[in-house]
Design a protein around this ligand. Structure first.
Ligand code: SF4
Length: 191
């Protein structure tokens, strides 16, 4: 099957690429992730995907010209509590639209590899978006390769991010630092 694979980052792509290749699919990757903040982080992840794609000899579409944080912000404005679903939707819809125009037979996402993501919601969204159309959603539970992806990415010294991507996830990941810094400063400010 000719499949367009949405890729979120290099480490998450390794296992799905191995599986889909072993199954004999004709793969093209697309890097469309306007959720990633800030721009420097986006570029680090994009370069990690480029490196991974080169290792696999994978055809890639990089939508750098469409990287605009406002697109992501508008997508979830005032609906931040549902931000992950809206974020998945933004990226999968764009992937599907390219797949339809490019006459792909199927589309999928490396988001299905991550144990940190809402796996069932991504699968449901993919099926819902595909509907009865010609381009089908290719679902596989890539989470079974979680350890293999980690091991291989470390061996290749691939860039591994430490937060999901958006401003909110960065804050949630590091807000402990803010607390620690506040506690460290407290004795001085009291003296
Ligand atoms: S936490 Fe991750 S999936 Fe959820 S909105 Fe942020 S970048 Fe998107």
């Amino acid at each position: 099957m000719k499949i367009l694979l949405h890729i979120c980052c290099g480490p998450c792509a390794i296992f799905p690429l191995r599986v889909l290749r072993d199954q004999g699919h004709d793969l093209t990757g697309v890097f469309y992730n306007p959720n990633i903040h800030p721009l420097q982080e986006y570029l680090r992840r994009r370069d990690g995907v480029r490196e991974t794609a080169e290792r696999f000899g994978l055809k890639m579409i990089f939508l750098d010209q469409e990287y605009d944080p406002q697109v992501y912000m508008r997508q979830l404005a005032f609906r931040e509590n549902s931000r992950c679903l809206l974020c998945y939707q933004l990226r999968l819809e764009r992937t599907l639209s390219i797949a339809r125009r490019g006459k792909f037979e199927g589309f999928s996402s490396t988001l299905l590899y991550s144990k940190q993501q809402q796996h069932k919601s991504i699968a449901k969204l993919g099926y819902d978006l595909a509907g009865e159309g010609k381009v089908v959603f290719v679902y596989q539970d890539f989470r079974v390769g979680w350890q293999e992806g980690i091991r291989q990415s470390l061996e290749w010294s691939l860039y591994r991010q430490d937060y999901c991507g958006c401003l909110y996830s960065e804050f949630e990941r590091f807000r402990g630092c803010l607390q620690q810094a506040t506690e460290k400063r407290r004795p001085e400010s009291q003296s």
